[in-house]
Design a binder for this molecule. Structure first.
Ligand SMILES: Cc1cc2nc3c(=O)[nH]c(=O)nc-3n(C[C@H](O)[C@H](O)[C@H](O)COP(=O)(O)OP(=O)(O)OC[C@H]3O[C@@H](n4cnc5c(N)ncnc54)[C@H](O)[C@@H]3O)c2cc1C
Length: 412
């Protein structure tokens, strides 16, 4: 049995503390906030999308950075293993929703933290909140404890689970990287990911708040498709957001990292269920039903009001033109606009709005079968602080849970 210190009482740190304590170790969690799991509270819009009930192979497809590094960790605590743990020993009933997203039945993210804290209490884990870890104590290549703003803690093993840089008000502001760098680790370029997108064009601001369901977005980087999906998006005062956009931002961020001066666009197909011919027929039918109506009032059945205004303006057709005098050529242009509204991407929003941080501590410096640092014995590194990230859907928390769990069962 050894003394284990966990830096950070987030998802990964709490899971690491739990599995280390269940394995019989004496565990102390040091958390800078007044309570543990502050970020968990805001996950899944306050409902916590705890994991995804996907097939195992699919999980690795959803991990954007370094999926192979995740093999051992994931198989030490799979998504189904996690669900069994929460529903069984931790007493939290779960449900599976659309897209195999898993949530607590109560729809309360706070219940996820509470269940974990109860588990930690049961196994005698000591939690010291309002305690900020400043650095590691390392002697002869082995970690011996940590220095905090409240004094020194001695330990045989330290698990660093201090998170990334996104939503810094939750406590993860990137200081954990400095702790690792002092121990010799390398931090790969960090950047905000799963984040809204700014557009060059200003027109999204005119329809901010408008959400489009069942649209197709195709993101192209230098002309090559990098993300193409059906779903929901939202217009904002700076550009676009919503589930499709947030997911696309991960691919855009990766591309931008490799191609500094790239040109990225998004094409929005507002009517993906209709092909060009079908949409043209549909418009023609509407025009024929009310031949004298003005063009600007003719699309009400087809598009939401705000979007109609944008499309009418872009079409170049006079808004007060009666629809019976609209030419076939003008209609062709209108159809292609509705099937392909284009926006140029200016960039991604910052850490304050990013669901996760891409980049982080190089996984080449961490043993994937234990999460132990290859540079400092007794130091384990887990969760978002590592150069690991996935798309939305519960996969990022699964990364935090699995890596934390593996570190906890691996400490000696
Ligand atoms: C708005 C939002 C919604 C999200 N929704 C989901 C979702 O529904 N599903 C999903 O899978 N993922 C979601 N995520 C991502 C998910 O929350 C993270 O991937 C996950 O929390 C990472 O866990 P972690 O333990 O590695 O880091 P964190 O949760 O960030 O925990 C790190 C902890 O370390 C503490 N800490 C930092 N430095 C120190 C220090 N020096 N000393 C002491 N303590 C320190 C911090 O205070 C913090 O409590 C969401 C993220 C955000 C921002």
């Amino acid at each position: 049995m050894s003394n284990v210190i966990v830096i950070g009482g987030g998802a990964s740190g709490m899971m690491a503390a739990y599995s280390a304590a269940v394995s019989g170790h004496k565990v102390t969690v040091l958390e800078r906030n007044e309570k543990c799991g502050k970020k968990i509270y805001i996950t899944g819009k306050g409902r916590c999308n705890i994991t995804n009930a996907c097939d195992y192979e699919e999980f690795f497809e959803k991990v954007v950075s370094n999926p192979k590094f995740m093999y051992s960790a994931f198989y030490s605590l799979t998504n189904t293993g996690l669900m069994e743990l929460f529903e069984g020993e931790l007493g939290l009933p779960l449900k599976v929703e659309r897209g195999k997203r898993v949530f607590p039945v109560s729809d309360k993210a706070s219940d996820v933290s509470a269940a974990l804290l109860k588990g930690l209490e049961r196994y005698g884990v000591v939690i010291h909140c309002d305690t900020f870890v400043k650095e590691l104590i390392i002697n002869d290549g082995h970690v011996d404890g940590v220095v905090t703003d409240k004094g020194t803690y001695k330990g045989d093993n330290v698990i660093l689970a201090a998170g990334g840089k996104s939503y810094p008000t939750t406590g993860s502001d990137g200081n954990g990287y400095d702790i690792a760098v002092k121990a010799g680790h390398t931090v790969k370029d960090t950047r905000p990911a799963l984040v809204p997108i700014e557009t060059v064009e200003g027109w999204p601001e005119r329809i901010m708040g408008l959400s489009l369901k069942n649209v197709r977005t195709t993101f192209r980087a230098d002309g090559r498709v990098i993300y193409d999906e059906l779903g929901e998006m939202l217009f904002t005062h700076f550009g676009i957001s919503g589930p499709l956009v947030i997911t696309a931002s991960s691919y855009i961020g990766s591309y931008m990292k490799k191609h500094k001066d790239c040109h990225i666009t998004v094409t929005i197909d507002c009517k993906p269920a209709l092909d060009i011919k079908q949409l043209d027929n549909r418009i023609l039918r509407d025009f024929n039903e009310k031949p004298n109506v003005w063009f600007r009032n003719s699309l009400v059945k087809l598009l939401p009001a705000g979007l109609t205004e944008v499309v009418v303006r872009m079409s170049g057709i006079k808004p007060d033109k009666p629809v019976n005098s609209i030419t076939a050529e003008e209609r062709r242009k209108l159809v292609s606009l509705i099937k392909g509204l284009e926006l140029n991407i200016k960039g991604l929003r910052g850490y304050n709005e990013a669901v996760i941080t891409q980049g982080g501590i190089s996984v080449n410096e961490v043993d994937p079968s234990t999460m132990e640092s290859k540079l400092c014995k007794g130091l384990y590194i887990t969760g978002e602080i590592l150069d690991l990230d996935a798309v939305t859907g519960g996969y990022n928390l699964q990364i935090a849970w699995s890596t934390g769990y593996l570190a906890g069962i691996s400490v000696r």
